[in-house]
Design a binder for this molecule. Structure first.
Ligand code: SF4
Ligand code: SF4
Ligand code: FES
Length: 354
């Protein structure tokens, strides 16, 4: 047995009192979980501590919290590891972010997480005619969606999503991973319309900023950001959906700029996103109109020195051999007969694919 001190974030919105920190010390074996420590503190010291849990085995997804600032499952976090991760040895437990607190460590999943899951039609729209016995599906197709099927709806990814913090209407990592579960399923009849809706939505697939937070947060290896990138590839490369948010063109501009310059050329990014994928994009009337509407963003980029007049006029140059190596990567990837999608269950080494 060892002694562990927990610092719990307590808050009861109905009380009208502000949130406060509450410390409890418990005796438990180091391999026990943070959830067990909270339950012991509740049983022995304060029966009013609010925490939601059920399976205690990382299956039901109900005990999502932040431990030492990182989202995860309380029942899946060992006390010794949590103690080592705490700067002063005191394990800090808070409710998840991006969702309103109902009480203490319990957040309102209905208000955010489940509302977004409902937005993506989270069920199979069966292709017709429905076979008399069963659909026959390629093994590979099901392996492709297995990773998104591993989601236990804990909300840890939603808690830390940076885009959602800025835009609460963003569909979000968990719901988009759920969307891929059906987009990737060959039995679904709504593949194209699902993709069209998610691409057209200004808070849809192109609202993700690739911050990787959801990948770090997920206790089940769902890698929501990777599922979002898959949705984008299906929408842009496979279904050729050009969205009204410039998302697909913006992405294409990134790809072509790295191919042309070896690194991102910020000054060319907006013109190419608006006017098409070429150095002449900035002279197109359509691009000029959209660029004018982006003047506040351009001013911000200049103020923050993301772009400077000198880098805009004279973009960086890589040595020719480096640029050649980068182009070789593009040629290899684009030259494949089929796109290779790796996931948790389909693994391989890049060199095996060359
Ligand atoms: S990668 Fe995208 S979806 Fe994931 S947390 Fe970041 S912004 Fe959100
Ligand atoms: S994707 Fe991962 S972190 Fe997000 S809800 Fe599902 S299991 Fe939880
Ligand atoms: S209690 Fe079920 S996942 Fe933690």
């Amino acid at each position: 047995m060892a002694e562990f001190t927990l610092k719990l974030r307590r808050y009861d919105p109905e009380s009208g009192e502000p949130a406060y920190w509450d410390e409890h010390t418990v005796d438990l074996e180091p391999h026990r979980s943070v959830l067990e420590a909270i339950l012991q503190a509740r049983a022995l010291h304060d029966g009013s501590i609010g925490i939601r849990c059920s399976c205690r085995a990382a299956i039901c997804g109900s005990c999502g919290v932040r431990v030492n600032g990182k989202p995860g499952l309380a029942c899946h976090t060992h006390l010794d590891k949590a103690q080592r991760g705490a700067p002063d040895g005191v394990i800090e437990v808070e409710p998840m972010g991006n969702m309103p607190v109902i009480k203490d460590l319990i957040v309102d999943m209905d208000a955010v997480h489940w509302k977004k899951i409902q937005q993506v039609t989270p069920w199979l729209a069966a292709k017709q005619p429905v076979p008399e016995r069963e659909y026959l599906v390629e093994h590979e197709a099901m392996v492709d969606v297995t990773q998104s099927m591993a989601c236990i709806q804990c909300g840890a990814c939603v808690s830390d999503c940076l885009s959602m913090e800025v835009d609460p209407d963003f569909v979000g990592p968990a719901a988009l991973a759920k969307a891929y579960r059906f987009v990737g399923d060959p039995r679904d009849a709504r593949t194209k319309s699902r993709l069209q809706e998610l691409a057209d939505d200004p808070h849809g697939i192109y609202d993700c900023t690739h911050c990787f937070k959801c990948i770090d947060a997920c206790p089940k290896g769902v890698a929501p950001m990777s599922q979002i990138m898959r949705l984008r590839r299906r929408a842009g490369s496979d279904c050729h959906i050009e969205d009204p948010n410039n998302g697909e063109r913006h992405e294409r501009a990134f790809v072509s700029l790295v191919r042309d310059f070896g690194l991102l050329n910020e000054a060319e990014l907006l013109p190419r996103s608006y006017g098409g994928d070429s150095a002449l994009a900035k002279f197109k009337p359509a691009a000029a109109k959209e660029l004018a509407s982006s003047l506040p963003a351009i001013a911000k980029a200049l103020l923050r020195r993301k772009v400077t007049p000198s880098t805009a006029l004279r973009p960086h140059k890589l040595p020719a051999s480096d640029l050649k190596a980068i182009k070789h990567i593009y040629d290899t990837v684009e030259g494949r007969a089929e796109r290779v999608e790796l996931n948790l269950y389909i693994s391989g080494r890049d060199e095996d694919l060359l």
